[in-house]
Design a protein around this ligand. Structure first.
Ligand SMILES: Cc1cc2nc3c(=O)[nH]c(=O)nc-3n(C[C@H](O)[C@H](O)[C@H](O)COP(=O)(O)OP(=O)(O)OC[C@H]3O[C@@H](n4cnc5c(N)ncnc54)[C@H](O)[C@@H]3O)c2cc1C
Length: 406
């Protein structure tokens, strides 16, 4: 059986390690880059958070789109399987905060090297600098035209990734191939991406806030995240914002308020007690100077402007009404959302090949026999923490294990 896999990311590479186990199979992996796993190199800030040592249920609860579709794939290749796959192939892993799993070496390159070691041993051909331009179905075969040559295969696996960080080779080509072959593609949107804000002048850029609670209010529902965020020139970013962005892209932006609770450890009552106490203790200070007790210096001018407060008023003269307004703003520092940052800067792509058209047991197309889609090109995305590479590995594994026996 001739098998061609387009895309040498974690999904395509994992698929290749499985289908090559049948010696009658001839497996070729094509990639437009000059090295394999180019995106893998930049994952986890160069350390590759390869998976999350968690239960299958918890994994599924971290998948934002179409988690049910992944039920069979994660049962076939779980986070535990990911860990034993790499460790049994000589790459030691370690577990960090939040059960995030990394190579002990802190080098993402070790993950690609593990794949290469296996594939070289099994004589899988990896053809680099081959950009697939067009795919045609010719009778029972696939005809794959690249920038350099034409390949024919009995089985075709499309593992071309999403549409972000296009320098890594993931330019969204897989969506066009899928459409040409009769598939539908759901709306492509950025996920795990900074959020741009309305009525924000960029003056807080660089300010990082730790231990804050950010919540999104959408149609009377609230979604919240506690932790670290930062302001950018256009809006907000950082771990908790990236997570929330995956939810933002499910709603109409005009319906969403982004609220930052700057003092999550204190209830409104406790905050009121503190302000009353402080206003006595610091009675000679004006509001602007007093706020240094509560907020990072670089936030104070913006805070005063946003609340329309008098910066020079002595705290001992602050009325109950203004005190309540200060408390409200500390507990609910609110912005309207302008947009999500461009998909180019998204950690993952939300949307992709419609999973209703894919067999969840082996990732085969329900429309074209012997055609498979795996990894981020599918309409699947998850939160940060190693869940997205796990999606690539699990879907790659179950397609490869099935193709091996075709
Ligand atoms: C900055 C950053 C950090 C990340 N960190 C993490 C992390 O720590 N943990 C985690 O779980 N996830 C992380 N992710 C997400 C993760 O990298 C992806 O979800 C994962 O790489 C998807 O794997 P894939 O194999 O489906 O696609 P990709 O890794 O995108 O691979 C697709 C491959 O297909 C090739 N290709 C595309 N089109 C063509 C064509 N026409 N012809 C030939 N080849 C083609 C590309 O060159 C590419 O090599 C991160 C993403 C980014 C951008």
């Amino acid at each position: 059986m001739n098998i061609i896999i387009i895309g040498a990311g974690p999904a395509g590479l994992m698929c290749a390690t499985q289908c090559c186990k049948n010696k009658n199979n001839k497996v070729i992996v094509l990639d437009s880059n000059d090295k394999v796993g180019k995106k893998l190199y930049i994952t986890g800030k160069g350390r590759c958070n390869v998976c999350n040592k968690t239960t299958k249920e918890d994994f599924l609860s971290n998948v934002v789109s179409n988690s049910k579709f992944l039920y069979t794939a994660i049962n076939q290749f779980s986070p535990e399987d990911t860990i034993s796959f790499f460790e049994s192939n000589g790459t030691k892993l370690k577990i960090e905060r939040g059960n995030r799993v990394f190579p002990v070496s802190d080098k993402a390159s070790d993950i690609s090297k593990t794949f290469l070691k296996i594939l070289n041993k099994e004589n899988v051909e990896i053809k680099l600098n081959q950009t697939v331009k067009k795919i045609d179905k010719v009778n029972e075969s696939f005809c794959i035209k690249t920038n350099k040559q034409i390949f024919y295969s009995d089985v075709l696996v499309i593992a071309t990734g999403g549409k972000s960080y296009s320098v890594t080779g993931s330019k969204g080509d897989g969506y066009n191939f899928a459409k040409d072959l009769g598939h539908t593609v759901t709306q492509i949107k950025p996920a795990l991406v900074p959020i741009n804000l309305k009525d924000y002048d960029g003056s807080l850029a660089g300010l990082s806030l730790k231990n804050v609670n950010v919540f999104l209010k959408v149609n009377n529902k609230e979604y919240s995240q506690f932790g670290e965020m930062l302001f950018t020139h256009k809006g907000v970013s950082g771990p908790i914002i990236l997570t929330l962005s995956s939810l933002v892209n499910k709603f109409n932006l005009n319906d969403i308020d982004l609220n930052i609770d700057l003092k999550p450890a204190l209830s409104e009552e406790k905050l009121d007690e503190r302000l009353l106490r402080d206003f006595k203790d610091f009675k000679n200070k004006n509001l602007k100077n007093y706020l240094k007790e509560l907020l990072p210096s670089s936030l104070i001018d913006f805070f005063i402007k946003k609340g329309n407060f008098d910066a020079n008023v002595s705290v001992c003269n602050i009325t109950k009404e203004v005190r309540k307004k200060i408390i409200n703003l500390l507990k609910s520092f609110t912005f309207k959302i302008k947009s999500l940052e461009d998909i180019e800067y998204a950690i993952v792509t939300s949307g992709g090949i419609n999973v209703k058209e894919i067999n969840p047991k082996n990732m085969e197309s329900k429309i074209v026999p012997n055609l498979f889609f795996i990894g981020e090109v599918l309409d699947l995305d998850a939160f940060t923490g190693g869940f997205n590479i796990q999606i690539a590995l699990s879907t790659g594994y179950c397609s490869g294990a099935y193709i091996k026996n075709l």
